[in-house]
Design a protein around this ligand. Sequence first.
Ligand code: IFM
Length: 470
Amino acid sequence: MNIEKYDTLPADFFFGAALSGPQTEGMWTAMGKQENLWDMWSNLDLSAFHNRVGSYSGNDMGSRYSEDWQTFASLGFTSARTSIQWSRLMDANGNLNPEGAAFYHQLFAAARDAGVETFVNLYHFDMPAQLFRRGGWESREVVEAYAHYAATAFAEFGQEIEHWFTFNEPIVEPEQRYEQGNWYPFYHDFARARTVQYHISLAHALAVDAFRKAKEKGIVREDARIGLINCFTPPYTRENPTEGDLEAVRMTDGLGNRWWLDLVTTGTLPHDVLDTLAARGVELPIRAGDEQILAQGKVDWLGFNYYHPARVQAPEHDADEYGNPVFAQEYVWPDAVMNESRGWEIYPKGVYDFALKMTRDYPELEWFVSENGIGIEEHHAERDEEGRILDASYRVPFVRDHLRWIARAISEGAKCRGYHYWGAIDCWSWNNAYKNRYGFVEVDLNANYERRPKESAAWIAEVARTHHIG
Ligand code: IFM
């Protein structure tokens, strides 16, 4: 496959950065911010975080945002997506926190001054702790509270922000917190995970509904758009698959990908997946009227976070040690190229395969690559005489190959409008904290979060300026 020939992206294709409030802002107790679930976990057990770096740190963007927006502009980025922290914008009684609101007004104004458009996401795994204690995403009350928070954000920033997103990676909390036991409070309960997934879907649809109503009333700008961002995993199985392997693909794709794609394009959830869940005794907390709520979930466009594919096969056992139903197990592809720091497969063609699937199955849907990036342990990285990290040998081919496959997908009709690189300035990553670095720009934790461009920074700036991938 001569992928090198796809070396140019369209002139109106945008480049930018993806980030989130909890991973960048720091200032975790300032400006009336409430405790969120990450703060709660950090307070309970700091040793759960790499090098004991808890949620307090962010990457100090809260005090350096003017410098950071300038840095994004210098990389040729015209937009950046961050998130509002629910726990900063709202107080414990569900009212607007004026200090939090003032912070975000300043943050967005500084971006405008630097010539960078802010895309705003409303939720990035950061449930306020007091709402978690009241049931978190397992509770309808919290779904309603989220809808109220979203409406408050639209009212407060509706004239400033054009691009809104309801959730980042809504599949991740059900999986990490409720099913796989990796994140506090470490549940291993498939059915609870699906309840959470269902409630997040309702919350998304209620927020879209609030957005549409705000738009009708002129509360948000006339040109404003709303979307959802998910980490989609193109699913693959072995060559010459059995029926069981194909079934594993259907459910992996159904729960992780089609669930959200159907929701945002048709306002429904995939029937085959719901039927299979019911047949395996997994009951969703469906109430009368929910269909009408979900029907509001159709979006204006979609964010596709792409890091790695899903390689699955028929499971050996149909239940796990906790009694949860199992629909698939990992298939270890012998040709896989791994990012050993993160444990994720590097498979740039996946972005193309999934792009073509969207073009085929959801032809009206416009989208952009809302996250892509490579996190590497750079603690002992080589540096040049000026101290710059020499990362071009791995970061450049990673980004270049993904961009080439995106260019090819566009040439075959994919409605992909842009590319946001995750963690363009190194940032805090959940329980991995600062273990893996994604940035084109280093953050030096030993020098008060000082920023320093890496070798790859000049390369991405040139690509963003010329649209020539090279
Ligand atoms: O850090 C995360 C981000 O919060 C969501 N997408 C994947 C990133 C890298 O792991």
